[in-house]
Design a protein around this ligand. Structure first.
Ligand code: HEC
Ligand code: HEC
Length: 397
């Protein structure tokens, strides 16, 4: 155990909520004191862009960890080797094939022109590149499309957490009027007209049949197969020193120290699977509309940062076109009563290293899924890669 005073310093920093024991050792050294100074420096009344923190080494200085500290930190980012599944919906080849077919099938929408994959596009980190996606009515939805990768580890769904299982969530967009607009009974009737689908449902869910519940289950099995843990960052964590740049390594350290990002984007999937208000100007009440209470107003689900470089624009509003704009937000955000107290510990400056780090989090998308996406374009008569006309820059500099 570490001496009590060190724990007190860590608490003062409020940077160690994630149990960063390796970094806690830094409190013993000069850097730790420097963090502490920076942590105390502003007491909440932080300056505007470019200000704040201005003491000690300043926010432009690299954060230095010794080899043992860095190793302890990296050990916390090892991605799991197995995928969790609910007991009543274990994966099988038949379930996966069925779920995949449904995910890329526009015939389960009112117009026959919108699949799950239209908005959750395999070429764009399973988001759509739009500020707000367009549903069957041709009008923008209320919020930006979330990614659907690595959701096997998530326990609550949508920006506001209004669904609590993937199975339950999966059928909700289908009959939501401005999304896919297809009543569930009509969806089931449409699928039953197809003998291949009837066979597939029988093989995948014998005795359960083709119904709303099995559509949700099959889609959930497919979504749990979208595991993205094979990025340059993961290779670095596994020991390949050349997998990422020195800037990205420094960015990773900043992310986990004075950047304060790890407080919410925690662990190998870079999400606490919870809800936080980060001061995005918005009228949207977010989590508060579902669960009124302290700390839920304007709070939104913390997105995973996996494949984030492919997923511009960002936030539930889709208002930031690049990672640079995201960083600018973390340097200068709206202060309001509901703001997460963790935002007091965010020190990001220009964030060039953090951006370099975020860009190492992209795992390759299986070519088979890219192929299905292109096939969907052809089926809908869309030009390749022109599914959506408004191209958004995906790199940030
Ligand atoms: C018209 C675009 C559109 C279509 C079509 C669509 N989605 Fe979504 N999806 C969204 C948007 C927008 C959100 C966020 C909505 C919110 O939080 O209010 C979302 C959220 C989700 C989430 C929650 C992710 C998380 O981290 O909580 C999942 C899962 C999901 N969609 C799966 C699907 C599936 C499965 C289908 C097909 C049955 C589908 N979506 C069809 C736009 C779409
Ligand atoms: C208090 C918790 C919290 C902290 C601290 C935090 N984030 Fe976030 N982050 C969130 C939440 C919540 C969202 C989504 C907010 C929204 O849409 O309104 C988000 C969104 C993002 C996004 C956009 C992802 C997407 O898919 O749209 C990026 C990139 C990001 N954060 C990076 C960072 C970085 C880098 C830091 C540190 C400088 C950081 N975050 C600190 C909670 C946090």
């Amino acid at each position: 155990m570490r001496p009590r005073h060190l724990i007190a310093i860590a608490a003062a920093l409020l940077l160690f909520a994630g149990g960063l024991t390796g970094i806690m050792a830094a409190a013993q050294s000069g850097e730790g004191q420097q963090f502490a100074q920076q942590g105390r420096g502003d007491g909440g009344g932080r300056g505007r862009r470019g200000g704040g923190g201005g003491n000690g080494g300043g926010r432009g200085q690299p954060v230095v960890l010794d080899a043992a500290q860095l190793a302890a930190l990296k050990a916390q980012y090892v991605a799991p080797k197995t995928v969790p599944h609910p007991a009543d919906n274990a994966p099988s080849a038949a379930r996966l094939a069925l779920g995949q077919r449904l995910f890329f099938d526009p015939s389960i929408s009112a117009t026959g022109k919108l699949a799950c994959a239209s908005c959750h596009d395999a070429r764009r980190g399973f988001s759509d590149g739009l500020e707000r996606s367009i549903g069957v009515k041709g009008t923008p939805l209320a919020r930006h499309t979330q990614t659907v990768i690595n959701l096997a580890w998530s326990k609550i769904f949508f920006w506001d957490g209004r669904a609590s299982t993937l199975e339950e969530q999966a059928v909700m967009p289908i009959n939501t009027e401005d999304e896919m607009g297809m009543p569930h009974d009509l969806m089931v009737a449409t699928l039953r007209l197809d003998p291949a689908y009837r066979r597939q449902f029988d093989a995948a869910y014998p005795g359960e049949g083709l119904g709303v519940a099995t559509v949700g289950k099959a889609l959930a099995v497919f979504e749990r197969s979208l595991v993205f843990t094979n990025s340059p960052f993961d290779r670095w964590i596994a020991g390949d020193e050349n997998a990422i740049s020195e800037e990205a390594k420094q960015g990773f350290i900043q992310f986990n120290t004075r950047g304060g990002c790890f407080q919410c984007h925690s662990g190998w999937n870079f999400s606490d699977d919870g809800f936080n208000d980060i001061g995005i100007p918005t009228d949207d009440l977010g989590r508060f509309a579902i669960a009124p209470g302290k700390g839920t107003r304007h709070a939104f689900k913390t997105p995973s940062l996996r494949n984030v470089a492919e997923r511009a624009p960002y936030m539930h509003t889709g208002q930031f076109a690049s990672l640079r704009q995201v960083i600018r937000h973390y340097d200068d955000f709206e202060r309001r009563a509901s703001l997460s107290p963790k935002m007091r510990n965010v020190r990001v400056g220009r964030g060039a290293n953090i951006i370099a780090f975020l860009e190492t989090l992209t795992s390759p998308t299986p070519p088979e899924l890219i192929r299905l996406q292109e096939e969907l374009d052809r089926r809908l008569g869309l030009a390749p890669r022109a599914t959506f006309s408004r191209a958004v820059q995906t790199t940030s500099r």
